[in-house]
Design a protein around this ligand. Sequence first.
Ligand SMILES: [Zn+2]
Ligand SMILES: [Zn+2]
Length: 428
Amino acid sequence: MGFNIGPVRLTELYRKKYDAFTENLGLAIAEGKKITFADNDITNLLKLQHERIMDKGLSIDYEVTDKEEADELDLGPMVLSDWKDAHYQNYVCLEEYDVKRTVKQDGKKQYSDRRHNTLHTVITDVTSGIRADLEPCTCPNCGAVSTISRLVDGCPYCKTMYKMDDLFPRITRYYFTEDAAPKEREDTRLRGKVLLGGLILGFIIGAILNLYSMNVYDDEYNLFEHFVVTIFGMLITYSAFCVLDVLNLIRRGIVNNAGKWGTAGTHGKFEHMMKAYSPEFSFDYFSGKALSLIKTAVYSKDEQDLLFYKGPALDKRFKDIIDMNYGNAMKLISFTENNGSVTVAMDVFFDTLYAFDNKIKYKHEKYRAVFRRRVDIPLNLQFSMTRISCPKCSGSFNAVLNKNCPFCGTEYDIESQDWVLLELSQYN
Ligand SMILES: [Zn+2]
Ligand SMILES: [Zn+2]
């Protein structure tokens, strides 16, 4: 895994897919539009979220606008790091967006907000120079498990034919984090208004002082004094605004980050502990996986249908959530190893949108999530529940939809391959 210092940008083919992904993200949530080069985990998650909004009898406008697009120079996302295994190359990308959400019921606006978000994505490509033909790959159209070479010849199930460029690179992870700071452009406009307001205030006070001394002391009208008072009025008003603004930022930071203190050490600590069992482990890999499992469980109609969920029934309120963004903080609560399995409890922060009692509520929340996985089996960074092969008959299938192998009926043991979610609760 390499970290890139300084700006690294995506090449043209990657940029085209990345841009198409961000352009269609809002439509996927709002209208259920399919993004063919998003991997099945993302497709499944977007579909569940869209269905949740529909089931609540709501509609949503979800506008994702590139902040750079308005400028001349749109450089695209920053490539933060990349990592590679024998078959795949992954690029971690970051870019800032304005996200505008409008929730409606029967055409009537119920909620609207506009936030400055950071979009986190991972783009995955087959490593150049290797023969990827036999790599398992899910059909973007019907979701059946196949191989790359078979999909290029036409999916055996739905007959859709693909070019290699359709299949790879693909987006294998995405989530938003919300930024606490106010938007720059609005901020500049507000500062302009404050300066103008201060100027007018200073001018009026200058005029009153002048009139006062003309009336009371029979002085001449003093232009210089009027000018000085006007400028002073402007400066004092602006200074007062700046002090209040900083205080407000601190207050907002405290409100938004309540409880997040102490999460910064989790990254290194957890990675260090896991590397003792799996040298290829990275926190980045884990956090993407963990967010995907939590969101899938929250958006699912019945979590007991999910192969990776092995806990009690979820809090009913989770089924009111229509959008959730990662709060950009996880805190390791406990770590235990027992009989070749590692159990990890994490506090995970989210910014969520709830729909209940004909109301939409925005909340900052903390979740407790408990994950478990086997550590006596080597980690496969590309493992996906959407394309697994049966250990008994080696048939390939999508385990999100089937708990048992559709060919021989063997129950699939997901825990030997991936993290399972044992508990998910919300508190505070
Ligand atoms: Zn197909
Ligand atoms: Zn089987």
